[in-house]
Design a protein around this ligand. Structure first.
Ligand code: NAD
Length: 259
């Protein structure tokens, strides 16, 4: 219960890894502001948070909209009575050979995966400073932020960018007692991987499920990652045991990419 009574905002909280992070931080004792494009999904997760005995507020947010992200942070503070932890989790995938990438393919994915993380960093840091308190900012990177993956080149580049922002933000905000770290999951069984696997099937002719299996077969611990595996590490990044850590983007992937 090391973060008991803290207030956390999680983007992309409606499903997958964001849902698992939301429920884990609630189990750890935090109250949660959920921010996502999808209201219905968030309402279901918010009910699960309340069933754990914690407060939840649902804030429909598009992370590509800087004003909306700032407003979400304000609303989290108003509705829940404080603001301590920002998890910039929302992200989207893209499967495309580099040869095929057109200018328009660069827009949406960068707006969500990179701009959205930057707006979240800015808005949270500004709020922590206005409240004259310390805070934790936690960003979604990936194994694809450490290795460039074939057919996932643009996606990989966005996750390398998240690591760059994480390092720079850690340096800029350290004097204010704000830490900034990232988490780098591997092959997690969420809707994102259903989409990636289907796109590989469409493009390469692989059978549905084959690409997911190929990657999972390369994991030393011998199984796909669960959203809860990721959430356990985010719990550490959100809590006091990571107080002396900043600017880092550790891999949590069951043994797939080694650094
Ligand atoms: P997911 O597709 O299952 O869920 C993503 C959530 O983000 C959805 O609820 C969606 O509505 C929301 N979202 C998308 N665009 C948004 C926007 N503009 N504004 C607000 N919310 C938005 O994905 P996931 O697998 O849970 O991935 C979560 C994060 O973890 C992403 O940043 C992803 O890149 C990263 N990641 C995932 C994996 C994996 O294997 N699934 C591996 C490494 C990193």
């Amino acid at each position: 219960m090391s973060i008991k009574g803290k207030i956390a905002l999680v983007t992309g909280a409606g499903q997958g890894i964001g849902r698992a992070i939301t429920l884990r931080l609630a189990r750890d004792g935090a109250d949660i502001a959920l921010a996502d494009l999808n209201d219905d999904l968030m309402k279901g997760v918010a009910d699960e948070v309340r069933a754990l005995g914690r407060k939840a507020t649902v804030i429909k947010t598009d992370v590509t909209d800087r004003d909306a992200v700032y407003a979400a942070v304000d609303q989290a503070e108003t509705d829940l009575g404080g603001f301590d932890i920002m998890v910039n989790n929302a992200g989207i995938a893209q499967v495309k050979a580099l040869d095929e990438v057109m200018p328009e393919d660069m827009v949406d994915i960068y707006r969500v995966n990179v701009d959205g993380v930057l707006w979240g960093i800015q808005a949270a840091a500004r709020k922590f400073r206005a409240r004259k308190q310390t805070g934790k900012i936690i960003n979604a990177a990936s194994i694809a932020g450490h290795d460039g993956f074939e057919m996932l080149g643009v996606y990989s580049s966005t996750k390398f960018a998240v690591r760059g922002l994480t390092q720079a933000a850690a340096k800029e905000y350290a004097a204010h007692g704000i830490t900034v770290n990232a988490y780098c999951p591997g092959i997690v069984g969420t809707d994102m991987w259903v989409e990636i696997d289907q796109r590989f099937a469409d493009i390469t002719g692989a059978a549905v499920g084959e690409t997911f299996k190929k990657y999972v077969d390369g994991i030393a611990l011998g199984r796909a990652q669960t959203p809860e595996d990721v959430a356990a590490f985010v719990s550490f990044l959100a809590g006091p045991d990571s107080d002396y850590m900043t600017g880092q983007a550790p891999l949590i992937d069951g043994g797939l990419v080694y650094r």
